[in-house]
Design a protein around this ligand. Sequence first.
Ligand code: FCB
Length: 458
Amino acid sequence: MPERLLFPEGFLWGAATASYQIEGAYDEAGKGESIWDRFSHTPGKIWGGDTGDVACDHYHRVAEDVALMAKLGLQVYRFSISWPRILPQGKGKVNKAGIEFYDRLVDRLMDAEIIPFVTLYHWDLPQALQDMGGWANRDVAYYFRDYAAIVADALGDRVRHWITHNEPWVTAVLGYMTGVHAPGIADSRQAVLAAHHLLLSHGETVRALRDILDDATQLGITLNFSPAYPATESPEDAVAAQKADAFSNRWFLDPIFRGHYPEELQERFADEMEEWSPDDLAAMAAPIDFLGVNYYSRQVVHADPSQRAGYRSVRVQESRYTDMDWEIFPQGLYDLLTRLQRDYDPAALYITENGAAFKDVLEPGRRVRDQERIDYLHDHFIKAHEAIQAGVKLRGYFVWSLMDNFEWAYGYSKRFGIVYVDYETCERIPKDSARWYHDVIAENGPLAKENGKGTGVS
Ligand code: FCB
């Protein structure tokens, strides 16, 4: 029997979702329009013309979904709040039904003894605020803080863990620089401003919530990371990797933990960057209790002076890739976690997202044999365990995702869930990985060597 890798006592195992990706009920019970409603209703933006109008219909299936989480043995659940459900116009009048929805969800989680982790912003900005310029408008940072205070007031007696933003880098870069996400703007000046205001809104919200919530409250932010490796041993590629790291990883890390932007970034965006006020930079660096880490893959880069960035990504031919065409590279998780602890020393870390999309097949008998997903998770769990042994203060792990859902610009074409969703009926069918994960949680760790194979899933 291979040895089992035990995680520290109290380590939290869970799964994550986001409001727009699962809730549906896009215009029900007083909810306002979000930028993702507008974007997905715009022809040509989403694969196959998919929208989040119904999604997994979680809004109407909360009881069933919490029961499912309990059955899987989840100890924590990370979900996000839809800002326009709470404030249809982004500010001003509160929609009571919106508050009540999340209030009931939290109550059900408490009854099931599942700890709620709340993300305040997972990309569904009220469209009314986009009409004022969205994150490129400084005022939105303060509207966000005010919205966060309303949610904290309503749920703060039960919710102890708060994440201000999910992947603000993605909001700024995909939303405002490349335009492949809502609001679909391609303007690097707006992107740099949006990033600045997202960071400001984070810091201002941390300050505000500290006043409202009691001392047991843990405040943090979730960032996406893509560790950068040089394609060759040449000095040029080493510089390329530094630049890629500044852009992909340190753009948000450095202001939050060090109170300034990385130098390489100021060079790359010399035309867009401003003389930022020292007060802004101080606000962004408000102390936090944990860092949320989203890790899916790495990047391998090659110096390329013909690119504005000075480098380009290369594909590692011998590697395996997921259905997103993301390289499977578990070692990157170890390298990332140990580096974060060494260079930034956060008080605690959580992996707030890790997982993989594969071409799942629902077999007769309603079974999904997703061995590749089991292997992916298994190999990443092992690396997380190694990182803890090396001194990383990792406190929990959220698999992305609890169930298949609306994968942004890819619509429903990519399945990340450990639970399969039949989009015709919205039926939930636990995949083999869900059963396997149940056992990992029950034992507080995976088996060391079997690499997921032959795990005896029945
Ligand atoms: C992350 C997002 C999450 C999901 C995964 C696959 O960037 O935070 O909502 O789409 O990627």
